[in-house]
Design a binder for this molecule. Structure first.
Ligand code: FAD
Ligand code: DLZ
Ligand code: SF4
Length: 508
């Protein structure tokens, strides 16, 4: 009796646990492009095209390797529209009575598989360095779950950048060297861009026809869609950009969307690249003398530190995590997140880039779109759904802790010890956005005052009870208290006016 082996769109790894458990000669791999997954949030067309194209190529590779694959395309007349529907249909067609699966990266899909009328064995997704048990053991009994301590364990566990039991160079973290402001020019032309082949073109036509009402630009489409291409991008980036990655990690530029970032999160998260192998290749560049320690340590920390930690938090906190709203924020996400015109250049540029590329880098996500939503008091669930839809690397296990936790403080301080908020001055320091903005970053009040300046104080005042005892925020409350009374009133009333105009859909 054959069994079905489920491979999801972000499980495109030949060493996947479900495939390891299966029998190539008797079991049938099930892969399905389904409406439910593509539209439970309105994913960016580039993201859908990337996943479908990469799925089709992975299925072909499995077949070449001797697997029997039952693949359903979105347009197939038999398509039931859901993962569970496709499993049942294929079980019927092949007389299979059980399913082997690798645990999905989202509670929603885990419980769909648990509720199937036939047994589904969900094996651990061991493409990650820390298992659920490892993270739970690390978290147990700790008052605060700070990433830095977890990261050190991951360095010890992987041996990456270790000199015996000591960190390479004597320090665990070189982040203070990685905050340089934007340079005038960037001597890297960005990620490798791949011309769509026949498989990709077919998918692009399909996505164009079926998802024309989703936010985002489909063409030009340049993503890698198989492991070979993704590896070429990784090597290209290591050779040309890694040495500068650390220095300018937090910088933002009007005319450069990628700076020195690696643009590999789409590929790692879908399974085309293995995170540990990526880190080992980057470590080798340090050992060869090609890249400095601050760049290499900074990069490895993002992957074995932040990426693993975020996943740990998502599974530790449970299915209700995306409903958290510790700050009781209830405003609606304004239309500018979906491309409506705004005079705020930083937001306009970050959203336009998101629309065109399904990509924005970390500081754009955290300190522009995230910072603004937090200051403006947008409902975190709406913010979460926006991020999940618009970025090609977004799957709930990684997106939710970054948004609900790190960016919106909606988990009440599990991921961050203080909210990531700033006035316009931080954006001005790290970018050239303010130079071409209709607002003046130096203006604190008045018609041309940067909205971040007004909203910053609005946020601080409305959450005073919660944050004034936080030692890292006390100084700012002191600054506020030293301001003249009438100035404080002006700031708050102008912030209210701004928020009301935004809620009415006025151009802000
Ligand atoms: P680089 O800047 O070159 O970094 C290298 C790699 O480190 C990335 O490819 C990624 O795998 C990893 N990494 C870096 N930071 C993080 C982080 N905070 N969490 C997890 N991995 C990290 N990343 C996602 O993969 N998916 C998401 O849905 C996602 N949503 C985010 C939402 C917000 C509000 C914020 C602040 C960050 C989010 N991130 C997310 C993290 C980060 O922005 C992206 O991983 C990064 O921008 C991807 O681009 P890159 O490959 O060029 O990364
Ligand atoms: C994101 C996504 C999309 C857009 N489409 C599919 C699909 O049609 N078939 C599929 O198997 N997976 C898809 N995915 C990825 C899943 O949504 C993902 O596996 C879960 O969100 C868990 O991470
Ligand atoms: Fe953004 Fe304010 Fe700078 Fe304009 S002035 S780009 S709104 S930070």
């Amino acid at each position: 009796m054959s069994r079905l082996v489920l491979v999801l769109g972000d499980q495109l790894s030949p060493g996947l646990s479900a495939l390891r458990e299966a029998d190539k000669d008797n079991d049938i791999v099930v892969m399905a492009e389904v409406w439910d997954e593509a539209s439970y949030v309105k994913h960016h067309p580039k993201k859908i095209a990337f996943i479908f194209a990469a799925m089709r190529k992975f299925a072909a590779k499995l077949q070449d390797d001797g697997w029997t694959v039952a693949y359903t395309t979105l347009d197939s007349g038999y398509n039931s529209g859901s993962i569970n529907g496709e499993l049942l249909r294929q079980a019927d067609a092949h007389g299979a009575t059980e399913v082997l699966a690798t645990e999905p990266g989202e509670w929603r899909l885990i419980s769909i598989l648990e509720d199937m009328p036939i047994p589904v064995h969900q094996f651990a997704d061991d493409r990650f360095i820390a298992s659920h048990e490892t993270f739970e053991t690390w978290a147990e009994g700790r008052k605060e779950l700070r990433m830095e301590w977890f990261y050190r364990d991951m360095r010890r566990k992987t041996g990456l950048l270790m000199d015996g039991d000591q960190p390479e160079g004597g320090k665990w973290n070189y982040d203070h060297e990685n905050r340089k402001a934007a340079p005038d020019s960037i001597d890297y032309s960005g990620p490798m861009q791949f011309t769509p082949d026949e498989t990709v073109e077919e998918v692009l036509d399909l996505v164009e026809r079926r998802f024309d009402n989703h936010f985002g630009t489909l063409r030009p489409f340049w993503f890698a869609t198989d492991t070979g291409q993704a590896k070429r991008q990784l090597t290209h980036w290591i050779n040309k950009a890694l040495p500068n990655f650390g220095d300018y990690q937090d910088a933002m530029l009007n005319d450069n969307r990628f700076l020195y970032h690696s643009i590999i999160s789409f590929y790692i998260n879908a399974g085309l690249l293995d995170p540990l192998e990526v880190c080992q290749q980057v470590e080798a560049a340090y050992k060869d003398g090609h890249a400095p320690l601050n760049a290499v340590e900074g990069f490895i920390r993002q992957i074995i530190g932040w990426r693993e930690y975020m996943r740990g938090i998502y599974f530790l906190e449970g299915p209700d995590y995306t409903d958290r709203n510790a700050l009781d924020h209830n405003r609606s996400l304004p239309g500018l997140y979906w491309g409506d015109e705004t005079k705020m250049n930083c937001l306009s540029k970050s959203v336009a880039q998101t629309r065109d590329e399904a990509y924005a880098h970390h500081i754009q996500r955290l300190m522009v779109t995230g910072n603004f939503a937090l200051l403006a008091g947008i409902h975190p669930h709406e913010v979460h759904e926006w991020y999940l839809a618009v970025y090609a690397d977004a799957y709930e296990w990684v997106e939710a802790p970054n948004v609900i936790g790190m960016s919106q403080f909606a988990d009440g301080g599990i991921v961050g010890s203080k909210p990531y908020i700033s006035s316009g001055s931080y954006i001005n320091k790290m970018s050239d956005y303010c130079k071409s903005c209709a607002y003046k970053v130096s203006a604190k009040t008045g018609d041309d005052a940067c909205p971040f300046n007004l909203l910053y104080w609005h946020f601080m005042v409305r959450h005073r009870d919660r944050f004034e005892k936080n030692p890292r925020m006390a100084q700012m409350y002191g600054t506020w208290d030293r301001m003249k009374e009438d100035r404080r009133e002006t700031v708050l009333s102008e912030a209210d006016t701004f928020l009301n105009r935004m809620a009415q859909g006025a151009l802000v």
